[in-house]
Design a binder for this molecule. Structure first.
Ligand code: ZN
Ligand code: ZN
Length: 357
């Protein structure tokens, strides 16, 4: 049995269940290795089972960890859960974050009275927070690939291209280097558009002197990277330089606060204090960072409301920003691995204010 399955089984008693039905596809991938779009894992103390339909039989044979008993099933996998359960009464946990009300009702209808369905929240997500060496290597590879694609932008003129053209160049560069795709729709936001933290690239030309917020990442082997840099498309105004240096100081302060044992709220507060002291607190309206792994946004969180405590092996972003409405924005984001005494920064792109073209 794999260590990951063992860890789930170890936690069943505290969740008050005898067995666990895992339906969240990312969690299924984490436990079994399966990367298709229709699969469930049923973890019972005797032997873990994996169900998928006809379309994925061959793929599952290649991908699914050998400790799982693989069972072919009808397209609607809930139909097969009943036959796969052992005899006798049991409390069967299901992932409340990954089952619709409709599916829950259908599952209840299919199961015998002897099976009690119990909502379990975040059990596999909890395990996923701590990355092993193999996972960290994959995230690092995704980061390196994304960094390389970004560096090619630095040799070209930004002013005169549209935001969308730059985003397409970056996406293409990541695909060329082996990425499955982008971690999320790449953000390229110049001038006033940069004041929107989740801006969409427009068909609008970048102007000389604009600050350009670029937030991008690569998906590789199921894992994601996430990074932001703010470039200047020609010499920026003094106010932009000042805000840039402020955000950079906050970012460096945040990175220095990351270590095993630090609270997510505490790390957020350390970076936020720098921005607040300069009178720009209200212009930093989002959290400092988030976990990254098989999902690009996952626990633990670094924010004002976080109750998470960092542990060694967490992979988190540190990404303060200051957004001046209708004018410009600055965000600087690194991806880091939490260690006992601090953190290892995975992102290698320079954070000094870079003037392009
Ligand atoms: Zn990002
Ligand atoms: Zn991020």
């Amino acid at each position: 049995m794999s260590a990951r399955v063992g860890a789930v089984l170890d936690r069943l008693p505290e969740s008050g269940v005898d067995a666990m039905l895992v339906t969240g596809l990312v969690n299924v991938r984490y436990l079994t290795g399966y990367s298709g779009s229709n699969g469930v894992a049923l973890l019972t103390p005797d032997s873990p089972k994996f169900l998928t339909d006809f379309r994925y039989i061959e793929q599952a044979a290649e991908e699914v960890d050998s400790s799982f008993e693989r069972r072919p099933a009808a397209l609607d996998l809930l139909d097969a859960v009943r036959e796969t359960l052992p005899e006798g009464g049991m409390r069967l946990g299901f992932e409340d974050a990954h089952m619709s009300v409709w599916d829950h009702r259908r599952l209840r209808d299919r199961l015998p009275e002897r099976v009690e369905l119990v909502a379990v929240h975040g059990l596999v997500e909890q395990l996923r927070r701590v990355k092993d060496a193999n996972e960290i290597a994959r995230i690092k590879a995704a980061t390196e690939l994304a960094d390389e694609a970004f560096e090619t932008l630095l040799g070209e003129r930004l002013a005169g291209s549209t935001e969308r053209e730059v985003a397409v160049r970056l996406d293409h560069g990541m695909r060329e280097r082996g990425a499955v795709g982008s971690s999320f729709p790449t953000i390229v936001a110049a001038g006033p558009n940069g004041a929107r933290p989740h801006a969409r690239p427009r068909d609008v030309e970048i102007r000389p002197g604009d600050l350009v917020v670029i937030d991008w990442g690569a998906e590789l082997d199921g894992y994601f990277s996430d990074c932001t840099r703010t470039l200047a498309a020609g010499a920026p105004a003094e106010e932009m330089r000042e805000i840039y240096e402020l955000v950079l100081e906050a970012q460096l302060t945040g990175v220095r606060a990351v270590k095993a044992g630090a609270g997510g709220r505490e790390v957020d507060a350390s970076a936020r204090a720098v921005i607040e002291a300069a009178g720009h607190g209200v212009r930093f309206g989002h959290g400092l960072g988030h976990g990254v792994g098989l999902e690009v946004h996952e626990p633990p969180r670094l924010s004002q409301s976080s109750e998470d405590v960092l542990v060694s092996g967490n992979v988190v972003t540190v990404e303060p920003g200051v957004y001046v409405p209708a004018s410009f924005g600055v965000r600087i984001e690194d991806l880091v691995v939490v260690t006992e005494g601090g953190c290892e920064i995975l992102t290698s792109v320079s954070k000094a204010l870079t003037v392009v073209g």
